[in-house]
Design a protein around this ligand. Structure first.
Ligand SMILES: *Cc1c(COP(=O)(O)O)cnc(C)c1O
Length: 398
């Protein structure tokens, strides 16, 4: 029994479960009873890994960032998920889930998206597999992230702007669940992070665990040891972080450092630091930490990064934080932006603003020169150029 694994009812400690409407019970039960069998099936593994290699471009490099290492006086490796097809780690998950959907005989795919990155990764694999794709996106996000909407439409997806609530990710997710309730037999819902009802958090973590599987043999090649001293990743819903730590969870010598978005500051009222601010509640089928008002209304999160502003958090991460297996830092907009400019100037790599929140923790820690630190660079910054160029010091040497 591994202490950090999900139990048969979908719980990590007190977090997780599957709180779903009656009408979805059969679909979720079917998924729950079959996902491990399918994922472990050699033929599935063969198809999944062939696509990861030839379509996504895996293995992603583990790059020793020499100038960044010199600045922080340790050995910093970047796990280059930014080099994947479509620009982030999200495609690892959508490739796996669409193969699963096909095996389960589903003929229609739906997804939710916030910034549009998961929507693009889903629309991409639907084009590849010739399956119809409907993506729900909050109307506010549709106008904020217009380029990703164009990409999804070019890829053949139908993008439906959601006008309920605050018109952002939470509302898009509600709408996707509503669609699933109306088409439970033919439709498969591809969730984009380690969130939602069991078995999604565990399934998405397993599909992203290719990241830590590769880190182990890449470190063996480069450092003659499989385990680092530190693993660092940003957390929105928690999928790139889950993938980065999956094969290291039961090794206490590996310290896990996660970062969430503090926005303008944890106590500013404009934040997305769910682990710092959240209280137990239920969101999108899962019992987890949730940003909510005193009377239980979900509070709208804020972050400069569109991919980190989810009011909940994957139940695995709530559990890891609660048990002390992970340490969680809240990184502000300003700290993340400075970290992004620093990486760009030292290494010639423009990170996604989400990933810059992981880099932002380097200034908070003191490392020993022999420490091996692996940071998940979850995505590339092309999509964020508009935001970066609005910041005054974007071209100033820091
Ligand atoms: C979506 C996204 C994230 C946040 O999602 P997780 O599920 O927490 O990984 C982080 N980085 C990038 C580049 C993203 O696109």
């Amino acid at each position: 029994m591994q202490p950090y694994n999900v139990n048969e009812n979908g719980f990590y400690g007190e977090y997780g479960g599957a709180y779903i409407p009656e009408i979805l019970y059969a679909s979720v039960e079917n998924l729950k009873n079959n996902y491990r069998k399918v994922l472990d099936d050699p033929q599935f593994q063969q198809e999944y890994h062939a696509l990861l290699r030839d379509y996504v471009g895996r293995p992603s490099p583990l790059y020793l960032a020499q100038r960044l290492s010199n600045r922080y006086n340790c050995r910093i490796y970047l796990k280059r998920e930014d080099l994947n097809h479509t620009g982030a780690h999200k495609i690892n998950n959508t490739i796996g889930q669409i193969l699963l959907a096909r095996r389960m005989g589903k003929t229609r795919i739906i997804a939710e998206t916030g910034a549009g990155q998961h929507g693009v990764a889903t629309a991409t694999v639907c084009a590849l597999m010739n399956m119809p794709c409907v993506v729900y996106m909050g109307a506010t996000d549709v106008s904020r992230q217009h380029l990703n909407v164009k990409r999804m439409r070019m890829l053949g997806a139908e993008v439906i702007p959601v006008t309920s609530g605050n018109r952002t990710l939470k509302d898009a997710t509600n709408e996707a669940i509503r669609d699933w309730c109306s088409h439970p037999s033919d439709t498969y819902y591809i969730i984009g992070s380690t969130v939602g009802p069991h078995p999604y958090p565990d399934m998405v973590a397993r599909l992203q665990s290719v990241i830590s599987e590769e880190i182990r043999w890449q470190l063996q090649e480069k450092e003659s040891r499989e385990t680092p001293d530190y693993l660092i990743a940003c957390v929105g819903g928690g999928s790139n972080a889950a993938g980065t730590i999956f094969h290291f969870l039961d090794e206490p010598s590996v310290r896990i450092v996660l970062t969430e978005a503090a926005g303008k500051g944890v106590d500013s009222g404009q934040s997305a630091a769910t682990i710092h601010l959240g209280r137990l509640g239920i969101i999108h089928g899962s019992k987890t930490l949730l940003m909510q008002s005193d009377d239980g209304q979900i509070e709208e999160p804020y972050s400069i990064s569109a991919g980190l502003d989810y009011p909940g958090i994957g139940p695995l991460h709530a559990h890891l934080a609660k048990t002390g297996r992970s340490e969680v830092w809240a990184i502000t907009d300003d700290e993340a932006m400075n970290a992004a400019f620093e990486l760009t100037q030292l290494e010639g790599i423009i990170p996604a603003i989400e990933s810059a929140h992981a880099l932002g923790v380097l200034k908070k820690k003191i490392f020993r020169p022999e420490d091996v630190v692996v940071i998940c660079l979850s995505g590339r910054g092309d999509k964020d150029m508009e935001t970066y160029s609005k910041i005054e010091n974007s071209t100033k040497k820091i």
